[in-house]
Design a protein around this ligand. Structure first.
Ligand code: 16G
Length: 236
């Protein structure tokens, strides 16, 4: 299987073989891959070489490391159409994945000048500052910081946010969502983002900045999100 005389590096040959095995369904999505020891015996190479091959596939997003439980064949990337206003929860459900959220912060404060400007609001009015890690099938997809003018957030609970902000806005507040304006840019993951998304430091991140309005044109959320580039893509 491996050609030790080839100028193609051995770790690279192993990566190609692993990708082929995934393509043929010999290793299926979500399945744990064999241990370094077993792989090194199977390929008759050092554990160092296996480590290098596996790390490269993790960086590419082909494999996913889950803290404390091993390395798994990744799900395909989550695709989001760049059309209309869709909540994270709905998007995951449409893709047959189970959404969940970890709330990192939930606090009432005054908006910064830039936040007030984005939200077209008075800086004297409070906002709710929410930070959530958004997961699909227990894999972190994005970190989302959402700023909402207090009048739209009043009454919201941590339980609401563990589920869906948009369900709260539409069903509990009875408001109609309008449209979103957003920008998407590429950055590298800093240490904290990398650790929260469980990706390597410096790996690709899609930074999305968005203002969403109600039907009547009033902005109700200003969101900055960091999406793991290895797990997410947009299409239009
Ligand atoms: C999406 C939206 C975000 C919104 C969230 C609500 C993008 C880029 N962002 O993540 O603006 O706050 O959905 O999700 O589409 P939820 O209803 O599941 O809380």
């Amino acid at each position: 299987m491996i050609d030790k005389g080839s100028p193609v590096p051995i770790y690279y040959q192993i990566q190609q073989i692993i990708k082929e095995q995934i393509k043929k369904g010999e290793w299926s999505v979500g399945e744990a891959i064999p241990s370094e020891r077993i792989l090194s015996e199977q390929f008759e190479v050092s554990r160092m070489t296996i480590r290098q091959a596996v790390q490269g596939l993790v960086d590419e997003g082909v494999l996913t490391r889950k803290r404390g439980s091993g390395t798994f064949v990744s799900n395909e990337k989550v695709e989001q159409p760049l059309k209309g206003v869709t909540s994270f929860t709905k998007l995951m459900e449409q893709r047959g994945m189970t959404p969940s959220s970890k709330i990192i912060s939930f606090l009432k404060r005054k908006p910064t000048e830039s936040e007030a400007e984005h939200l077209e609001m008075d800086q004297a009015v409070d906002v709710l500052h929410i930070e959530r890690i958004r997961l699909g099938n227990d894999i972190p997809i994005a970190i989302e910081t959402t700023i909402i003018p207090w009048p739209f957030a009043e009454g919201i609970t941590v339980e609401d946010l563990e589920h869906s902000l948009y369900v709260f806005i539409e069903e509990k507040k009875g408001l109609d969502l309008g449209e979103g304006r957003q920008s998407i840019e590429a950055i590298g993951a800093d240490k904290q983002t990398a650790s929260q998304l469980e990706v390597p430091t410096g790996s690709p991140i899609l930074l999305i900045e968005r203002v969403t309005t109600l039907k009547n044109g009033t902005p109700f959320e200003y969101v900055r999100s960091h999406y793991a580039g290895s797990r997410f893509k947009f299409y239009m």
